[in-house]
Design a protein around this ligand. Structure first.
Ligand SMILES: Cc1cn([C@H]2C[C@H](O)[C@@H](COP(=O)(O)OP(=O)(O)O[C@H]3O[C@@H](C)C(=O)[C@@H](O)[C@H]3O)O2)c(=O)[nH]c1=O
Length: 181
């Protein structure tokens, strides 16, 4: 594991993956439930993105994610919006490359956005099945935390992310939905 950042958010400590590189490429072990920081997953997604794409910022109520990066280079931003968390309000943004050899747990309640610096593939596990009707919380990526310095001033966004609102509105919606969940 190279350059693991110190992530000041409870539950997001980087987890070393097992990279077996050779002259053909690399076979990664990207997940073992037995690894410290891993958890039971019921679904895995592989998300390929072109350079210049931003996905997020999103936050989930109903499942934790285990983010891995088998290929490419991204800038990932995280912010803790769990009011009861000892790291509530903490955020971080950092460059992450497949060659760094680590995964990042992203628990429910951690707002996150990923900017793709190179064409990349994210593979992430979910502790609960994705439900479209619940994957509705998010904010404008550049409103996630004004203290974050992003590697770009614009990005290619989905219609959903283009229409996202403020961080304050996302926090209010998250707390309302959490209270009734
Ligand atoms: C997440 C997800 C999406 N989809 C569908 C919905 C849609 O038709 C298509 C693309 O979905 P989206 O545009 O929502 O994908 P995207 O904007 O990449 O959303 C993702 O962003 C990253 C940062 C995350 O955290 C993920 O949880 C997810 O929210 O894939 C699934 O079928 N299953 C899934 O598990």
């Amino acid at each position: 594991m190279k350059n693991p950042p110190t992530i000041p958010i409870q539950g997001c400590a980087p987890v070393a993956v097992k990279a077996n590189a050779d002259d053909r490429g690399c076979l990664f072990e990207i997940f073992r439930e037995e690894w410290a920081g891993a958890f039971k997953t019921v679904q895995w997604n592989a998300c390929s993105s072109r350079a210049g794409v931003m996905r997020g910022a999103h936050v989930h109520l109903d499942y934790d994610e285990f983010y891995t990066l088998p290929m490419g280079r991204v800038f990932i931003a995280l912010r803790d919006i769990r009011r009861a968390s000892p790291t509530f309000g903490n955020s971080i943004g950092f460059e992450w490359s497949a060659a760094d050899g680590f995964a990042i747990p992203v628990p429910a309640g951690i707002a996150h956005a990923v900017f793709f610096l190179d064409d990349s593939v994210l593979a992430f596990g979910l502790s609960g099945y994705w439900k479209a009707e619940l994957d509705v919380l998010g904010c404008r990526w550049n409103d996630l935390d004004p203290s974050l310095t992003w590697p770009a001033e614009s990005a290619r966004l989905s219609p959903r992310d283009t229409d996202s609102g403020s961080f304050a509105d996302m926090l209010a919606s998250y707390e309302t939905m959490s209270a009734i969940a």
